[in-house]
Design a protein around this ligand. Structure first.
Ligand SMILES: *[C@@H]1O[C@H](CO)[C@@H](O)[C@H](O)[C@H]1NC(C)=O
Ligand SMILES: *[C@@H]1O[C@H](CO)[C@@H](O)[C@H](O)[C@H]1NC(C)=O
Ligand SMILES: *[C@@H]1O[C@H](CO)[C@@H](O)[C@H](O)[C@H]1NC(C)=O
Ligand SMILES: *[C@@H]1O[C@H](CO)[C@@H](O)[C@H](O)[C@H]1NC(C)=O
Ligand SMILES: *[C@@H]1O[C@H](CO)[C@@H](O)[C@H](O)[C@H]1NC(C)=O
Length: 490
């Protein structure tokens, strides 16, 4: 994903809540041999694990992770979907933290304040993500906060994503020489190729699956032979519980669904396949009923959508916030009437693929971000002049050739902004604003105009962190997604 611009964020100082528990981790990051597609590759391991260890936490927990970088290169981890309230300098993308030098260590210290849900972490520098180093994050509700479904009999994490046999330095070299990434060589589920995972369940129970797309370039679809998926949570929001035969998970997105093991005692196939690609890559895992005696299901593996874009848009539009369900707080998540708050500003962010100085780059409103030597948060905190200029990123596309800049959008704390994402490129783009949830009020083809606001969902749009925006070559129209986001404290 491009890192087009950093939002300028401000600090809200408040007393730390001493009663919230602490969880301490020590992580050793190394290179190690992995064989996800049957050939030896160098993967990024955390404490010898590929993927890395899962973080299991409860709302408001304080998380302290001492990361020892034993790679021969600078390293950072970022926490996808974690808001970093009062700790934005822990976010771990270039610009918030200084990279951890080879042989050095750094202690991330953050609170999962007012959050629930399914997330993951990943390495944010130098295409390291293509070598692994990612892992799941689960933030459970506090004991007294009601959850809109019964406690599941098990809670499984599926980290799915495309994978390349070329290593991360070779992939980075391809981009730096002005070319596109090659087509991925396979799809991984939890670090394994096909038939590398078995999820054991008891018949007659209900299980929660948390799926994140941790890949580099490809949307995926997930489905389970003979079973339907009851969607319950998207990136920290409880959804209207709709049943789906399969779910699209775009890059960077996370979904939770419930699966009831109400079928005959057999073994069923979990299928993850790529979307909008030719050929279609597939990875299968096993849903093993503990009383199956190893009998495979008699059914054929379920087919999934491949190129259908309307199907994907319709599914995305059907995902709604459950207004009466709890979020991280005792009051229902819908008691926050986002549709009644007036926005003060409209940002129209158009992505483009450009070549500058022989390198393939992505730009937003013609600006392609270049990191400064000093991380922006550090420059901000110590008031170092000349590193960046707030407001150096335009609110809309003005035309003209793309240029390089350490671009920063300026905004006022507590502003409500309308953000229109416009994608005229030939592939799906995922947009993620670190630390901010937004309500996805509309998603459509065609050119956005102020009249598009008439069709906004100002009642029960899903609040989430990562939004897919489709492309004109898929629909023959310009596609856009519109969100409303509160720029709150970070
Ligand atoms: C990390 O792992 C490497 C390789 O196993 C080992 O040499 C090193 O001592 C470990 N470092 C820490 C801090 O555990
Ligand atoms: C590095 O690790 C040591 C030993 O655990 C710890 O005392 C120190 O605070 C860590 N340094 C940083 C910058 O986190
Ligand atoms: C990646 O592979 C190339 C050979 O294709 C090799 O020269 C390079 O050292 C490798 N990089 C890493 C980090 O292993
Ligand atoms: C919404 O949440 C409420 C409160 O927990 C729950 O009773 C209801 O079943 C949920 N509705 C849907 C459609 O998921
Ligand atoms: C938003 O603007 C409308 C029209 O100007 C006004 O009636 C309403 O009170 C405003 N809402 C809020 C929350 O300020």
């Amino acid at each position: 994903m491009p890192s087009p611009a950093a939002l300028c964020v401000f600090l809200l100082l408040a007393a730390a809540r001493a009663e919230d528990p602490y969880r301490f981790y020590t992580w050793n990051v190394t290179f190690g041999d992995v064989y996800p597609l049957g050939v030896k590759q160098q993967g990024i391991l955390i404490n010898g694990q590929f993927p890395g260890p899962q973080i299991d936490a409860v709302t408001n927990d304080n998380i302290v992770i001492n990361v020892f970088n034993n790679l021969p290169a600078p390293f950072l981890l970022s926490w996808q979907g974690i808001q970093q309230r009062r700790s934005s300098w822990q976010d771990g993308v270039y610009g918030t933290n200084c990279p951890i030098p080879p042989g050095g260590n750094f202690t991330y210290n953050m609170q999962f304040k007012d959050q629930i849900g399914s997330y993951y972490y990943f390495p944010s520098l130098a295409f390291h993500k293509a070598a692994g180093g990612y892992g799941g994050i689960r933030v459970l509700s506090r004991p007294r906060i009601p959850v809109p479904f019964d406690p599941p009999a098990g809670d499984f994490t599926i980290l799915a994503g495309d994978w390349f046999k070329l290593n991360h330095t070779d992939l980075k070299g391809i981009l730096d020489s002005g070319n596109d990434l090659p087509f991925p060589d396979g799809l991984l589920i939890n670090g394994h190729g096909s038939n590398g995972n078995r999820f054991t369940v008891d018949q007659g129970k209900t299980y929660r699956f948390r799926v994140s797309n941790v890949g580099i370039s490809t949307s995926v679809n997930i489905r389970i032979q003979g079973h339907s998926l009851l969607l319950v949570e998207v990136e920290g929001s409880h959804t209207m519980q709709n049943t789906y035969s399969s779910l699209d998970v775009h890059l960077g997105q996370s979904y939770s669904f419930l699966v009831t093991t109400d079928q005959p005692p057999q073994d069923y196939t979990i299928v993850v396949s790529t979307r909008f690609t030719n050929p279609v890559l597939t990875n299968t895992a096993m849903l093993h009923y503990s009383n199956s005696n190893g009998v495979p299901a008699a059914l054929p593996p379920p087919p999934g959508p491949t190129i259908e874009i309307d199907w994907s848009l319709n599914q995305a539009r059907s995902i709604r916030w459950n207004l009466t369900a709890s979020g991280p707080r005792p009051n229902p998540q819908g008691s926050y009437h986002y549709g009644q708050v007036n926005t003060t500003r409209t940002m129209r962010l158009a992505n483009s693929r450009v070549t500058i100085n022989g390198k393939l780059r992505y730009a937003v409103n013609s600006v392609s971000f270049v990191p400064a030597d000093t991380p922006l948060k550090v420059a901000d905190f110590y008031n170092i002049q000349g590193v960046f200029t707030p407001g150096s990123m335009p609110d809309a596309l003005s035309g003209g050739p793309a240029y390089l800049q350490t671009a920063v959008m300026a905004s006022n704390m507590r502003d409500y902004v309308e953000v229109v994402f416009e994608n005229a490129e030939g592939s799906v783009q995922s947009w993620h604003i670190d630390g901010y949830a937004f309500w996805v009020v509309g998603m459509d083809g065609g050119q956005w105009t102020p009249a598009s606001r008439q069709n906004y969902n100002l009642r029960d749009a899903i609040a989430r962190y990562t939004l897919q925006v489709c492309s004109p070559s898929m629909t023959s129209k310009l596609c856009k997604g519109t969100t409303v986001s509160e720029l709150c404290a970070s």
